[in-house]
Design a protein around this ligand. Structure first.
Ligand SMILES: C[S@@+](CC[C@H](N)C(=O)[O-])C[C@H]1O[C@@H](n2cnc3c(N)ncnc32)[C@H](O)[C@@H]1O
Length: 201
């Protein structure tokens, strides 16, 4: 990984920003190398680390659109993207993903061949209909943090009451991904758990 990304990673971790783990970085890099996407959509930019990371390993003619809604993070993401000289490659959309995904799906149906979902886990189910509209046949949908360090595999009585809603929603999301006719999905125990789905032609 280039030095400037290491610096960015350290700063994000120091500030407590939840960015993709090392193992997830390796896995994303592998998928980008295999799949060679042309248009990437990311839901959950935070301070831009994963978008900038992906931009280093995607093909030279590929572009990234990434979405973030928290103003403090947006400010840092804008600055980080500019300082990494990635403004021509990465478009930062500012606002709530549900609203923005609906707008995008209205004008860019099937435009993305690589979608990385890394936002509020409880909302993944709500994002899915628009994500399906935006993903092209043969495209990949990658979702991070699906196993919640293994707790998703436990009975709901094994998790604290506080975590139950997210536990229920994530199980529903996983069930949906693995049972949807249009998708072929693998649940991969990398990092915090990642799913890789491909949209059947
Ligand atoms: C895990 S962090 C993303 C980390 C980033 N992908 C990385 O690895 O560098 C999730 C981000 O999603 C954002 N987020 C959560 N729900 C959102 C929503 N509905 N719309 C837009 N952004 C959202 C949060 O503010 C947070 O910054």
């Amino acid at each position: 990984m280039p030095k400037y990304l290491e610096v960015l990673e350290k700063a994000a971790l120091f500030e407590g920003v939840p960015i993709i783990r090392k193992e997830t970085q390796t896995f994303l890099r592998f998928l980008l190398t295999c799949h060679k996407p042309k248009r990437i959509l990311e839901v959950g930019a935070a301070v831009g680390f994963s978008a900038i990371f992906m931009s280093e390993y995607m093909p030279s003619d590929c572009t990234i659109t990434t979405i973030e809604k928290v103003e403090m993070r947006l400010q840092k993401a804008r600055k980080n993207i500019k300082e990494a000289s990635k403004s021509a490659k990465i478009t930062l959309l500012e606002g709530d993903a549900l609203v923005l995904l609906k707008e995008l799906a209205g004008k860019e149906e099937k435009a993305y061949d690589f979608i990385f979902m890394d936002a509020a886990k409880a909302q993944y189910m709500n994002f899915l209909p628009e994500i399906m509209r935006l993903l092209c046949p043969g495209g990949l949908l990658i979702t991070d943090n699906v196993l919640q360090d293994g707790t998703v595999a436990q009975s709901r009585f094994g998790v604290t009451r506080r975590d139950r809603t997210i536990h229920t929603r994530m199980r529903e999301y996983l069930y949906t991904l693995t049972h949807m006719e249009e998708l072929e999905t693998a649940v991969v125990p990398v990092g915090d758990g990642v799913t890789v789905s491909t949209k059947k032609a």
